[in-house]
Design a protein around this ligand. Structure first.
Ligand code: SAM
Length: 250
């Protein structure tokens, strides 16, 4: 997968060099390019923003640097054999970022991120590129950040761990919170490791039983308990068919 990020703070994307994403890059599973938007400004001050039409506080990011930057990124990607780009526009007014959307994005071969600053990017830029490729306007939560770079890091990490071969154990995300399948939309329950006794605290007996069926059932019950307590809205969104008689008695 190819990822391009156009930003006025390239250094903000340094975490893309470490941990899971950094390793995926080193292994050639992710091809990441971070670009400085100011490279496509031609005035002495490298201006990327201007006052908003209609007045009001704050500044708006200008069309020309974004248009030139995106044209150049697209030309480079196509020249190097990438295809089917999609634009990912972080914005508080976007579609809420979920595990489902992470899965959707992970199936695309090429994502181009446009993290903004100030009051955002002149709308015409998004409308222009929407005529050429899918545009995902994505919000990472109901709060306002100073810029979209942190959102890019969030989306990239969630997407990268779904790419084939990126996680050491391909099964690792099967039981994750929000994963589709048997745990459909439930949060993952508590997890434990050695030692078996720590400060007088043991671990649930069933986890030592070696009985796979009982362990799976316990994990499911704990997931259901945790989701009911912390996120009842997720339970309401579950397909009723995922619950069995024992679940309903809980
Ligand atoms: N005035 C804008 C509004 O109220 O929607 C907020 C602009 S914010 C200060 C600057 C940039 O940060 C946004 O254009 C976007 O790129 C990014 N951003 C802020 N909050 C975000 C969120 N919750 N999800 C994704 N991106 C966000």
């Amino acid at each position: 997968m190819r990822l391009d990020v156009v930003t006025i703070f390239p250094e903000y994307l340094e975490p893309l060099n470490v941990s899971l994403v950094g390793k995926a890059r080193a292994r050639g599973q992710l091809n990441v390019h971070v670009h400085d938007l100011r490279a496509w400004t031609y005035d002495r001050h490298h201006t990327v923003d201007d006052t908003p039409y209609g007045g009001g506080p704050g500044m708006v990011m200008k069309t020309e640097p974004w248009g030139d930057a995106l044209d150049s990124v697209l030309a480079d990607g196509y020249e190097n054999g990438s295809h089917a780009p999609a634009l990912v526009v972080p914005t508080p007014s976007g579609r809420p970022f979920t595990q489902e959307l992470a899965g959707e994005l992970s199936a695309r071969p090429w994502l181009i991120f446009t993290p903004a600053r100030y009051e955002g990017i002149d709308r015409r830029v998004i409308d222009e590129y929407a005529t050429r490729m899918p545009v995902y306007e994505v919000s990472i939560g109901d709060y306002v950040l100073a810029g979209g770079e942190a959102a890019v890091l969030v989306v990239t990490e969630a997407v990268a761990r779904l790419l084939p071969g990126v996680l050491g154990n391909a099964e690792s995300h099967r039981d994750d919170s929000f994963a589709p399948g048997a745990m459909a939309n439930l949060l993952e329950g508590p997890v434990y490791t050695k030692p078996p006794l720590w400060r007088g605290r043991g671990i649930p007996e069933v986890l030592l039983s070696g009985h796979h069926g009982k362990i799976a059932r316990w994990r499911r019950d704990e997931a259901l308990r945790r989701t009911t307590a912390g996120r009842p809205d997720l339970i309401e969104r579950c397909d009723p068919k995922v619950f069995d008689k024992k679940d309903r008695e809980m």
